[in-house]
Write a protein that binds this ligand. Structure first.
Ligand code: BG6
Length: 531
């Protein structure tokens, strides 16, 4: 999907100071410019600094992804990983923490020689986010690595920390000289969501971040964009002639985008309480999926063209009113998840008994363009739902006339094209087919494409793809500041309405959300798919 807006990986990023690079001198990536699609994209020399190394994300996703990249040969030998946190750890201890995370969560098999090479470049800097001395130590550590390890002055700062700390970390990076791009080297900042909690806070965060890092050096992570199945949406739409003619309001009745999870929120109160499902998932993942589904064909797949098309969709999207009828929010109560009895949110560790945080949210969006006018996009997400599934379903209008006896089409629904984002990644086409026998009875059937059986290659984890893109300086898969702000602008009215409206509606764990969500569609004569 990216097409070569590569960073300066080729012509010799140089270390600060006078000592030459440790090895192997001016490193040139031999693979970058050959444009042979069988050749992997390999990152050049660099260091990744993770702020928030003690968090779940770093342990379960970031460190394993870095190891997986190393294991696949996609990192240069001159790679370093630096952890920054308050704990007073030695480099070796941090190395042990990374090793444990890698062994537990990596996708690819553990290989001692890969680990040994990676471990040589692991460092730890302890300190608070507002501590000038700590940032001076960080700068010193990086400068040493640039020379001794050969990371060449290229640094990615990964902020896996609460958004309230983004400004101070950016300011300290700037003050310690780590934000500037000099001598053909690069400094990039990677920001995890949530990026603000409404439009106003996102705007002020953007102002602070952009005052330190130019927009081209800012990579806002939305890990859904790193998923293969999400990128395949563009291939499906723009590499085929079959779908485009029906991809519009003449044929599509509505679109359902579902991200359902069966897990609860035990242990995540610190992050989730007060944030809720809409800010956690709809503002980013689901609106991005909607933008990719609804956008026009980009001129090409360069980052600028992709952003332009997504921005057009997000600028023309709005929540359908009245909000009370066209949105729904819920909170899970006790129930059964499979054969396991589970508690409700208010009994989860860390949540107050009066928490009004929603664990389910659904909204109705319309995109006011010629292609989509009048087609509702229903977006829903929730925890402790019936099963884990993410899908985008285009549900088509009924045939204008059915020349069958009415009883012969009792089991015929609406045609649907379903992009199965996860799990069981693939695409399903649902249509009516004759039931074998002497009657002309028609019933829904599915035609399936499944990644597992069509391709031998296993898909990389989203974080592998996205971290590699950061190191290559390829921003296509990262929402820019305008996309983030427009997404908040779409969602804010629902958040304000809910904040004024008391408690979320209860729903039983293991079900498919509150009654208000079913009612939201029923009112328009539609119903949610049961994935
Ligand atoms: C994160 C949300 O962005 O995505 C989590 O903060 C959610 O609440 C997670 O559980 C789900 O990611 P995935 O890739 O497992 O669908």
């Amino acid at each position: 999907m990216t097409n070569g807006a590569a960073g300066p990986v080729g012509a010799g990023p140089r270390a600060r100071g006078t000592t030459p690079l440790a090895e192997p001198g001016d490193w040139v990536n031999p693979l970058r410019d050959k444009r042979d699609k069988r050749m992997p994209r390999v990152a050049g020399p660099c260091a990744v600094v993770i702020f928030g190394v003690t968090g779940d994300l770093a342990r379960k996703k970031l460190m394993p992804a870095i190891y997986d990249l190393a294991n696949r040969g996609l990192l240069a030998p001159q790679f370093a990983l630096v952890g920054f946190a308050r704990r007073d750890w030695a480099d070796e201890h941090f190395g042990d923490v990374v090793l444990e995370a890698v062994k537990e969560h990596s996708r690819t098999p553990f290989r001692q020689e890969v680990w040994d090479r990676l471990a040589e470049g692991i460092r730890f800097v302890h300190g608070d986010f507002d501590d000038d001395d700590a940032f001076a130590r960080l700068a010193d550590t990086l400068h040493k690595l640039d020379v001794d390890r050969g990371t060449g002055g290229n640094h990615a700062f990964y902020l896996s920390i609460p958004p309230a700390s983004f400004p101070v970390v950016c300011e300290k990076l700037s003050k310690s000289g780590l934000a500037a791009t000099t001598d053909g080297c690069w400094n990039r900042v990677v920001i995890e969501k949530p990026f603000g909690h409404d439009l106003a806070s996102a705007e002020s965060l953007n102002t602070v971040v952009n005052s330190v890092f130019p927009e081209s050096s800012v990579f806002r992570i939305d890990h859904y964009l790193g998923k293969e199945t999400v990128q395949n949406l563009l291939a499906l739409r723009f590499a085929n002639e079959l779908f485009e003619p029906v991809w519009n309001s003449h044929y599509v009745d509505h679109v359902q985008i579902t991200m359902a999870e069966d897990i609860g929120l035990g242990g995540r109160a610190g992050y989730y309480d007060g944030i809720g499902a809409a800010r956690d998932v709809i503002q980013n993942h689901l609106l991005q999926l909607m933008a990719l589904t609804a956008m026009e064909e980009p001129v090409n797949f360069s980052p600028a063209e992709l952003h332009t098309e997504k921005i057009k969709v997000l600028s023309s999207a709005r929540l359908v009113t009245p909000l009370d009828q066209n949105t729904s929010r819920g909170q899970y109560t006790a129930g059964w998840q499979g054969s396991q009895k589970v508690v409700g949110l208010l009994d989860e560790e860390g949540f107050s008994k009066t928490s009004t945080t929603e664990t389910f949210a659904a909204v109705t969006v319309e995109v006011d363009t010629r292609r989509w006018a009048g087609v509702p996009f229903y977006l829903r997400t929730g925890k402790r739902l019936g099963r884990r599934v993410t899908e985008i379903a285009l549900v088509f209008k009924r045939a204008p006339h059915l020349p069958f006896d009415a009883s012969m089409t009792d089991e015929l629904g609406q045609n649907a094209l379903v992009i199965r984002v996860q799990p069981d990644e693939g695409i399903t086409l649902r249509f009516g087919s004759k039931v074998p026998g002497h009657l002309m009875e028609v019933r829904d059937v599915n035609m399936d494409f499944s990644y597992g059986s069509a391709f031998a290659e296993e898909s990389p984890e989203a974080y592998e793809r996205l971290i590699l893109d950061v190191l290559l300086g390829e921003p296509s898969l990262f929402p820019n500041n305008e996309e983030v702000e427009l997404s908040w602008k779409i969602l804010d009215p629902a958040l304000e309405n809910w904040a004024a409206g008391g408690k979320p509606d209860p729903y039983e764990s293991g079900g498919w959300g509150p009654e208000s969500a079913f009612e939201m569609l029923r009112r328009t004569g539609r119903e949610w798919r049961r994935p």
